[in-house]
Design a protein around this ligand. Structure first.
Ligand code: ZN
Length: 695
């Protein structure tokens, strides 16, 4: 019996043959392809010729081609169209892939060849992309301990095991502490101010526990309405404290010791690998590059945003005073912010939805990609799909409109275009917009096939955008909230990064860029949702055709920056705390003291003695954001500054679009700061973000 995953795909553009793939094909395909890939590695290590860039670095970069394709198909489906069987296979496949990855990273023969090429790199004439590939390949091994002696390798291995155990434990504790608590109330008056729909949820929650009345938990959708709407200040306080005490109460789920251990282990790991601090280790592989740069950035933003945060709090204090509150506390913030928001610009998602018909919004994004980058989207029915709801598009690049200004800069790419066709195939797009059983929540961009150039052939990518927007009915088309509109633009920004990719090696292509750079294209595209003229081209009432009125557009703009000063300081407090835990010579004697000292300058309300942020800061102690939390604000500065450049010259300016296209095409082949400077003419400026946020 033939396994379609082990053949070359006999479909248009060699797209995934979903119709032929059955669940039972995956596991044997993975096993076979892992063996084949290891065979390819062995051919590299046993090559009798001296190691060269081509026979080692490049050969490694191109190895495992079909394994990548099958992995993409399998894991994309596990997110978008899964079932028990696929999940079961994932459980079996994941350890195989981990083992495969470590067989490569621990392969000493392979590393010694890579090292030889790296040490002799001055003897080769390599282009910029090849230099980057060599550098990244070598560093990837070194950062995994390839240069250490056996004893230290063993030490590193043990540290990594401990780290993964302890971060897992950290997450379990937060979850258990969250689930352990609940607040039971029987008197409806105590819940005054909270919307009826939420009260119904609280009643449900009570019923599930065989209780009368209402139950509030520390799950976000349950907790947030109390902080936002409850007139009962004592209740707000009680819940805020319960939440801040999570894993900080000295009980069985306390995380204070784990924090100290994690911080110490990370420091040891960094030092073992020759770095001053864990932050130095992490940031070496980021656009920001050094802890100094990140701290300068965070502190500059803090100085400039703090007056706006204080103004936000003063504005709320006036409302609080009317209720007899002389000193606002952190647990009053959301409540008065909601009151003020209502006073200033009350409008809700439902009012806007009729103006945002999914088809029209998608048309607008396609049009935008056409205007900026000369792309054309053509729906096609000759591509196999993994679900009937998915739509497929061929994306072409138009070649005919060329401003003479570009030709000088871009002679090479003009020559490679086919003048007869007038357009060339760029990518395949799968658009999968509606929720169903088997699709996880949220929205994301992914790819079924990477872009790369091999033996002179440019393999174009197969990109997918997956969302969870309301399904159309017989009477009503799919209508989006404004938030969903920005989500679609966001994911399309990532998609364009993939679509336009034009690099030689698959692992430097498209969105394979430094972690604090990857959100630039996505957040950049979101900016267009706030451009009134552009918005009016597609925001039309689905029944009447009425264009979204100016006053509603104004409300969208105003609410975007509402309480932005306060929010900025909150983000900065997390960013600074994260950097401090991973700084050189860090020593945490007492978690609460450490935290209070570190984030003092970012606080606009007094701290509550019973609570801590760190003990449930899962982003950095469980997830992958350690020494990386700053990247949220960093990416915002990037996208605000990039868009500011457009605004100064016109948001569709062809010359600037062309420069931005070059940045997108380059993927990870160049240092991101260099790429950015080539586009913008200077480093990103914090002022652009301040201007957008505070006017
Ligand atoms: Zn994103």
């Amino acid at each position: 019996m033939t396994n379609p995953l082990l053949q070359s795909f006999n479909t248009k553009y060699q797209s995934a043959p979903f119709a032929e793939i059955k669940e039972e094909h995956y596991l044997p395909a993975f096993k076979e392809l892992i063996d084949q890939s290891l065979q390819e590695i062995q051919e590299i290590t046993q090559n009798p010729e001296t190691p060269t860039f081509e026979n080692t670095i490049e050969a490694l970069a191109y190895s495992g081609e079909q394994l990548d394709v099958v992995s993409n198909i399998f894991f994309n489906l596990n997110s978008a169209e899964t079932n028990d069987e696929i999940q079961q296979i994932a459980q079996e496949v994941s350890p195989l892939l981990t083992e495969f990855a470590s067989k490569i990273s621990q392969n000493e023969q392979l590393f010694s060849r890579i090292k030889k090429v790296y040490d002799e790199k001055d003897h080769y004439t390599l282009n910029e992309e090849q230099k980057m590939l060599l550098e990244e390949t070598y560093k990837g091994f070194v950062r995994n301990g390839a240069l250490l002696n056996d004893e230290k390798k063993e030490q590193l291995k043990n540290i990594n095991i401990e780290l993964s155990k302890k971060s897992l434990q950290f997450g379990h504790n937060v979850l258990a502490a969250t689930n352990q608590y609940y607040k039971h109330l029987t008197n409806k008056e105590d819940l005054a101010g909270i919307p009826e729909a939420i009260l119904a949820q609280y009643e449900e929650e009570a019923k599930e526990r065989n209780l009368e009345g209402y139950v509030i938990t520390l799950q976000f959708p349950s907790l947030l309405p109390v902080l936002t709407y409850a007139e009962n200040r004592e209740l707000r306080k009680e819940l805020a404290i319960a939440n801040g005490k999570k894993s900080f109460d000295g009980g069985e789920f306390d995380n204070q010791n784990l924090i100290k251990e994690l911080v110490k282990l990370r420091q040891e790991k960094a030092q073992l690998l020759g770095y001053k601090s864990f932050a130095d280790y992490v940031l070496e592989e980021r656009m920001a590059k050094s802890p100094q740069k990140v701290l300068e950035f965070l502190n500059e933003l803090l100085t400039k945003a703090k007056p706006f945060a204080q103004k936000d709090v003063e504005e709320l204090s006036v409302l609080a005073k009317a209720d007899g509150i002389t000193e606002m506390q952190s647990y009053d913030h959301a409540y008065y912010a909601e009151k003020l928001r209502k006073q200033k610009f009350d409008f809700n998602d439902e009012e806007l939805k009729p103006y945002f018909q999914l088809d029209k919004v998608q048309e607008a994004v396609f049009g935008l990609a056409g205007k900026l980058f000369g792309l054309e989207f053509v729906e096609t029915s000759d591509i196999q799909k993994y679900h009937a709801d998915v739509k497929t598009y061929e994306i072409f690049e138009r070649c005919e409109t060329r401003d003479t200004r570009y030709e000088i800069e871009n002679v090479e790419s003009v020559e490679t275009q086919n003048p007869e066709l007038g357009k060339q195939f760029k990518a395949l797009l799968y658009a999968d917009y509606h929720p169903r059983k088997g699709k996880r929540a949220g929205a994301w961009m992914t790819s079924f096939k990477n872009q790369y150039i091999k033996n002179g052939e440019n393999h174009r990518p197969h990109i997918s955008v997956v969302c969870n927007f309301t399904k159309p009915t017989a009477e009503t088309p799919s209508l989006l909230t404004f938030n969903e509109v920005t989500t679609l633009f966001h994911e399309f920004g990532h998609a364009l990064h993939g679509v336009l990719a034009n690099t030689q090696y698959p692992n430097l292509s498209g969105t394979s860029v430094k972690w604090d750079f990857v959100e630039l294209p996505s957040q950049f595209l979101e900016n267009y949702c706030y451009e009134p003229e552009f918005l009016k081209t597609f925001a039309k009432h689905y029944q009447t055709g009425e264009v979204l009125p100016d006053e509603k557009i104004q409300k969208i703009e105003d609410s975007k920056n509402f309480m932005e000063g306060y929010q900025t300081l909150r983000q900065l407090s997390f960013g600074i705390l994260d950097m401090s835990y991973h700084a050189e010579n860090v020593k945490v004697e007492d978690v609460k003291t450490f935290e209070t000292e570190t984030i003092k300058a970012t606080q606009v309300y007094s701290t509550l003695a019973e609570t801590a942020v760190s003990t449930s800061f899962s982003h950095i102690f469980q997830g992958g954001y350690s020494a990386g939390y700053y990247s949220y604000k960093w990416a915002e500065v990037l996208d605000a500054d990039a868009f500011q450049y457009f605004k100064e010259n016109g948001v569709f300016d062809p010359l600037i679009s062309k420069k931005f296209k070059t940045l997108l095409e380059s993927g990870g082949t160049k240092d991101p700061m260099e790429l950015y400077k080539n586009f913008r003419g200077s480093e990103p400026k914090i002022e652009s973000l301040l201007k957008r946020a505070f006017g």
